[in-house]
Design a protein around this ligand. Structure first.
Ligand code: SF4
Length: 249
């Protein structure tokens, strides 16, 4: 039995609560905020930091200041402000999207506006609030006209995201949307083929799964059911991680 609030979130997601054989929501996980405290992110081994920018060893505050002042790529010329990231800095789940849109550029926060509201509904259907997870983008500045990030822009910005991941040290990363997934995994494989698997992200092999971008789901509501399946898969993977199981091949 699910409560009325979760039912409302499932409806917002477009998931038919009465046709969920195999899609039954499982009990909400313990909120990351009430779990036992975890060790702080380990200091970067020298060999990992080598060859990376100065952000590779920064803590949160100087990292945020560095991003705010960044002029590494041309996107700094057209941004209203940088969009760093939001949520719990010791979250167990981290969601990574592609880049800020117009509303994010205005508000300085990732995933606001209609797509952001849908992401919030997806999180709530999983039993999370936005404050329980950490949310960031591949790019910290808005590409004009919401065009796709260019490879050189993503490359310039990558060090900031890598450092955010290291500082959060999440148990599981969810790549939100094709562009984010392909960028993070350095592949042009179609999203459909990236879903339903656990990927190892970066040299440290952070477990990552892939799902649809909420903006895409707003355009293609018929795919919401698949997005819900992805989230249930993510939760199952997270449970296995919590049990100490190896989830990567
Ligand atoms: S997108 Fe990233 S690399 Fe480019 S200016 Fe913004 S913060 Fe710097």
């Amino acid at each position: 039995m699910i409560d009325s609030r979760r039912l409302a979130y499932l409806e917002a997601l477009g998931v038919d609560a009465y046709v969920r054989r195999g899609l039954e929501p499982v009990p909400a996980p313990a909120s990351p905020s009430v779990e036992a405290p975890r060790p702080v992110a380990e200091p970067l081994p020298v060999q990992v930091a080598a060859g990376r920018g100065p952000e590779a060893t920064l803590d949160w505050e100087p990292l945020g200041e560095m991003v705010s002042a960044c002029t590494r790529c041309a996107l700094h010329e057209t941004r209203t402000q940088t969009v760093f990231g939001v949520g719990s800095r010791c979250a167990r789940w981290m969601f990574i999207g592609e880049a800020p849109g117009a509303e994010e550029d205005r508000q300085g926060e990732p995933f606001v506006g209609r797509a952001g509201q849908l992401l919030t509904s997806m999180l709530k259907a999983l039993g999370f609030s936005r404050e329980d997870v950490y949310i960031a983008n591949v790019l910290k500045c808005r590409p004009p006209g919401n065009r796709d990030p260019r490879p050189e822009e993503a490359a310039h910005c990558r060090g900031y995201l890598e450092r955010q991941i290291e500082l959060v040290s999440p148990a599981l990363i969810v790549a939100v949307g094709r562009i984010a997934a392909q960028n993070l995994l350095a592949t042009d494989t179609a999203l459909a083929r990236l879903r339903g698997k656990v990927h190892a992200l970066g040299p440290r092999g952070w477990p990552m799964i892939v799902t649809y971008h909420p903006a895409y789901l707003l355009r293609s509501p018929g795919e919401k059911r698949k997005a819900w399946q992805d989230l249930l898969f993510a939760r199952q993977v997270y449970g296995r991680i919590q049990d100490g199981e190896r989830v990567l091949p």
